[in-house]
Design a protein around this ligand. Structure first.
Ligand code: CTP
Length: 403
């Protein structure tokens, strides 16, 4: 249908990039990127508007980038671009855009595996456009840049390359690897905004086995340019492996867990305050998150020991209290399966336990106590005892505490 509309407008229409890659790999991919070749720089936007009218869908144009999104009633979205050559005024910045042909459009892309197009116009429907032997690289499992300046133009491609490599079990080609290392040493990644780097890392975290990409980032030295004080030891690898394993169980219990913050509890361990502050500014961590990292630092190992010894919840409560999810997740990276079970039982106990028969008012009325720290301590003490024994007789117990 899109191809037919293209022909009606005398434009060539192609599906490009990741969709074509995954189609040839026989992997489902619902992200359709369309490129339109026309004589006007706004061909893509014009095409999108035409399709939008024909199919009764909403069109969101991005005039500056010569692109548009077509959003259908069911929420399904297609991105449309005009064939273009991007040129970068300075490395790491967003590209300037110029119109061009499909070949040039494909040439400016990150890797050969992402640089193929399939034509959609009826006369040529299904024709694969492969100008750079991309299909061969795809078949051989090779990640290869199209030209020497690829990482200079967009240094986040260093992270993307690793992500594709690990997702498909591909290998970075020799020259590509050399360019990556060279551009890395020339600190090109440092020119990119924290937000864009964070975005790429978040994409890694959406992969099936993110740990593989972290390993590879460490191996190639990319991690050092993103988290300068992180030393990726085998111990850290073990911690991250456990963290990824247990994370889903915390997500069952807490809403809105951010994976980037979760891994950061390990990646930012033992950072000094100044560097943490730099990281906060760069990646936009909340102040509270950084504070709690610092506060937890010395508690993790004692808590690990307490949990491994299966100390009563009341004992653990005295040290851990009711914490934020990220503290629990951080701690879980140090624990074996059975200990994580115990930690989760602790968390569940906190969530289900409340005092039913003793309140502050009860203490004031019954014992003539005044509101204040003493009264609060009594309530806390009673609460922690109830964590151990859900059937605790609250009033009888408080009687003993008060005496
Ligand atoms: N692209 C690029 N350089 C980048 C980002 C993207 O050249 N830094 C190009 C690639 O051709 C890519 C396409 O834009 O295929 C779409 O990018 P994106 O949607 O980010 O990635 P996909 O290739 O679709 O990968 P994924 O499966 O992870 O969505």
């Amino acid at each position: 249908l899109l191809g037919t509309y293209g022909s009606e407008l005398r434009m060539s229409v192609y599906v490009v990039g990741g969709f074509v890659r995954d189609l040839l790999l026989n992997i489902p991919n619902y992200d359709v990127d369309i490129v339109v070749e026309g004589t006007e720089e706004k061909a893509g936007i014009e095409f999108a508007k035409y399709v939008g009218r024909e199919l009764n869908a909403t069109v969101v144009p991005y005039e500056k980038f010569l692109t548009a999104s077509i959003v259908f009633k069911d929420g399904y979205k297609i991105d449309i671009a005009t064939a273009r050559t991007e040129y970068y005024e300075r490395p790491g910045e967003l590209p300037q855009v110029d119109i061009s042909t499909i070949k040039k459009d494909l040439y400016r892309r990150d890797f050969t595996i992402n640089a193929m197009a399939i034509k959609l116009n009826p006369q040529e429907f299904g024709t694969l456009y492969d100008f750079f032997n991309c299909r061969k690289d795809l078949e051989n499992g090779i990640i290869r840049v199209l030209h020497n300046l690829s990482f200079v133009e967009d240094p986040t491609r260093m992270i993307r390359g690793i992500r594709f490599e690990q997702r498909y079990n591909f290998r970075m080609e020799e020259r590509t690897l050399e360019l990556l290392k060279k551009n890395l040493e020339e600190n090109y990644l440092e020119r990119v905004s924290g937000a864009r780097i964070r975005q790429e890392i978040e994409k890694i975290l959406e992969e099936k086995e993110p740990i593989k990409a972290f390993r590879r980032m460490a191996e190639l030295g990319v991690l050092k340019h993103v988290f300068p004080k992180t030393y990726y030891t085998s111990l850290m690898d073990e911690k991250l492996t456990r963290l990824f394993k247990y994370l889903p169980r915390f997500k069952e219990r807490f809403q809105n867990i951010n994976d980037f913050y979760a891994v950061s509890t390990i990646l930012l361990e033992y950072y000094d305050r100044d560097t943490l502050e730099e990281m906060r500014k760069k990646y936009g961590y909340p102040k509270r998150f950084i504070e709690s990292l610092k506060m937890t630092e010395g508690l993790i190992l004692p808590l690990k020991a307490m949990i491994e010894e299966r100390l009563h919840f009341s004992e653990i409560y005295k040290v851990l209290g009711k914490s934020t999810p990220y503290v629990y997740i951080h701690l879980s990276a140090y624990l074996d399966d059975a200990s994580v079970d115990y930690l989760l039982r602790y968390i569940d106990a906190l969530n289900t336990t409340k005092l039913d028969h003793v309140t502050g008012k009860y203490l004031v009325d019954t014992y003539g106590l005044k509101q204040g720290p003493v009264l609060n301590r009594i309530l806390e003490e009673l609460y922690s005892m109830k964590l151990d024994d859900p059937n605790l007789d609250e009033r009888a117990t408080v009687e003993k505490i008060v005496q």
